[in-house]
Design a protein around this ligand. Structure first.
Ligand code: CA
Length: 229
């Protein structure tokens, strides 16, 4: 049994109730926010994961996601009716870790919730340091610093960076990377990985055109080129 706290932000009561009952059955503590305003009040409590509907009556899910990201790296799974790839990539670009397209199977959503929570927790304390301390990755606190300044990465961005940095100079395909962070692949995952890499580069590289850490290997994927200290 887990006592992890999950917030469902969803105005469609039927969907929220079904998801809640599935999560409660697995021992999660679940709160529901039916409006964006309610959600913004509730997120001040600490949650282990947030399920966020993109379309809400008052404040849109994107805005809520960005607001959460200003102070927290809690895993966020977006619920979206928008199935176009552009929208999905946009959702991940603003800091969501995953998304589920409606209509979805509650069972699958719960499986994803568990997968995200599992990956958030595991790992032992170890600090990886590169380029004479210019980039440091603390694998347990999940803290990344660039010249001693803490860089806020989302959980998914962190997992991609760590996955690459743990094995410098090994080329990872986009499929390997998506499996590393999500545990499954889906249509359009290659663009999603590119979007995450772009976000990570903006945060850790001095010049994204001349990356010192994550290099694109055309036609193959990405590799980490930082020099371990
Ligand atoms: Ca809705």
């Amino acid at each position: 049994m887990s006592n992890e706290k999950i917030l469902i932000v969803e105005d469609e009561k039927k969907i929220a109730d079904i998801v809640k009952s599935y999560l409660k059955r697995d021992g999660f503590n679940v709160n529901i926010a039916e409006t964006g305003e309610q959600a913004l009040k509730l997120i001040k409590n600490k949650y282990d994961l947030i399920i966020l509907d993109l379309k809400l009556p008052d404040i849109d899910g994107e805005t809520i996601c960005s607001t959460i990201r200003e102070f927290s790296d809690v895993p966020i799974i977006m619920l979206t009716a928008k199935s176009s790839e552009e929208e999905r990539v946009k959702g991940l670009g603003i800091g969501a870790d995953d998304y589920v397209v409606k209509p979805f199977s509650p069972r699958e959503l719960v499986a994803r919730v568990k997968a995200h929570l599992r990956r958030t927790k595991k790992g032992e304390k170890k600090v990886l340091s590169f380029n004479k301390g210019a980039l440091k990755i603390d694998t347990l606190s999940m803290e990344v610093t660039k010249r001693e300044t803490v860089i806020p990465l989302t959980i998914t961005e962190f997992k991609i960076l760590l996955g690459l940095a743990e094995r410098p100079h090994v080329i990872f395909s986009r499929l390997q990377l998506v499996n590393m962070v999500q545990g499954y692949d889906f249509e359009g995952y290659d663009r999603v990985i590119d979007a995450h890499i772009k976000n990570i580069r903006h945060k850790i590289e001095d010049d994204t055109q001349k990356p010192m850490f994550i290099k694109t290997v055309y036609g193959a994927g990405y590799k980490f080129i930082g020099v371990p200290d």
